[in-house]
Ligand binder design. Structure first.
Ligand code: CUA
Length: 365
């Protein structure tokens, strides 16, 4: 396509780009739109955005307006005329140095206030605020909560951050491998998860909701598939959820489930995946209650049906698709690349093995 010969193409391409930006980026109903702030952190960031946008728009209109004025006013009016040449104007030069400087100072005040507000939690852990550890892994998120009963233990969960509404949540960010970034567009972020150098942030959701979130720092081949969900719920529901997570994995006498558990233990799965609620520091997500989560494989598969409920048959179908070909669902993932059952054809899982594993894993609610 030769754009220089087809100005119409440029116009339609520009219009299409603007339309797409409005449809996806700036549409409030989009699940990851920052234009719908559902908590104080996101709201202060959105307010700051509008202040900077307004300042930028003012500068744009002023500069472009003066430029158009000058182009028209001082244009060459005939072929034999040389337009009036001006060299230096102290008043003008001082004016256009002072105005931007003043504008920058004006913008810096709300910026600095917002940075401090977003950094300093209104209820720190020392003041009794809830604290959650969020750990970035290639390519999934681990969350660790204080144990509701036993203060020496933690509850380890993956890819779903449950938070009580209406209170500040302190989040300690870490990474086990490369730099990731923690971002929940509608309630706040992005803050980097840096290996060996923890970051702190706080978030708050004012209303219950199911929020989309993702890694916002390029971290390798499956970066775009490193997602998580935030479930904001009333305090009672959150407390009940955390108590349920503290329970050990469900046991079952069903022969297929028992067979699946045996395959899980004998095929090397336990080397990376824990199945007790307090075990962390492994390579893969803790699977104690994997079948209760709204997504699978770091937000790649949706386990919820059209009624927004985790649907057991969807969980089973997703587990099967994931176990049959993890590299197809999430290119580059460590399980597909390194687990013996995927790299050594002698140890590959058979169809009956996968059926038993699906039965076992989908019983872990
Ligand atoms: Cu983790 Cu991008």
């Amino acid at each position: 396509m030769n754009f220089s010969r087809r100005p119409k193409n440029i116009v339609s391409l520009t219009l299409l780009t603007v339309f797409a930006a409005l449809m996806f980026g700036c549409n409030q109903s989009h699940p990851q739109s920052t234009f719908e702030a559902l908590g104080p952190v996101a709201q202060s960031q959105l307010n700051l955005f509008w202040i900077i946008f307004a300042a930028g728009a003012l500068v744009f209109v002023l500069v472009e307006g003066l430029m158009i004025y000058a182009i028209i006013k001082f244009r060459r009016r005939s072929d034999d005329e040389m337009p009036h040449q001006t060299h230096g104007n102290n008043t003008l030069e001082i004016t256009w140095t002072v105005i931007p400087a003043a504008l920058l100072i004006l913008v810096s005040i709300p910026t600095i206030i917002t940075i401090f507000d977003n950094t300093n939690s209104p209820r720190t852990p020392a003041e009794g605020g809830l604290v959650v550890d969020a750990i970035g892994h290639q390519w999934w998120f681990e969350f660790r909560y204080p144990h509701p009963v036993n203060p020496d233990e933690e509850i380890v969960f993956a890819n779903e951050l449950h938070i009580p509404t209406g209170e500040p949540i302190n989040i300690r960010l870490e990474s086990v491998d490369v730099i990731h970034s923690f971002w929940v567009p509608k309630i706040g972020g992005k803050v980097d998860m840096v290996p060996g150098n923890g970051n702190d942030m706080w978030l708050q959701a004012d209303t219950p909701g199911y929020l989309y979130a993702q890694c916002a720092e390029f971290c390798g081949v499956a970066h775009a598939l490193m997602r998580f969900r935030v479930i904001a719920e009333p305090r009672e529901d959150f407390d009940a959820w955390l108590l349920a997570q503290a329970e050990p994995a469900k046991e079952s006498a069903d022969p297929l489930i028992a067979a699946g558990k045996q395959i899980f233990q004998q095929s090397g799965c336990t080397g990376c995946h824990a199945t007790d609620p307090s075990s962390s520091g492994r390579i893969g997500p803790n699977l104690t209650h994997v079948a209760s989560r709204s997504t699978l494989a770091g937000g790649v598969f949706e386990n919820r049906d059209e009624f927004d409920k985790v649907n057991p048959s969807l969980v089973q179908a997703n587990l099967r698709e994931w176990l049959e070909d993890p590299l197809n669902a999430k290119p580059g993932n460590i399980m597909g690349m390194q687990a013996a059952v995927y790299t050594d054809t002698n140890k590959a899982l058979s169809e009956p093995d996968i059926s038993a594993l699906v039965a076992y894993l989908s019983s872990l609610k």
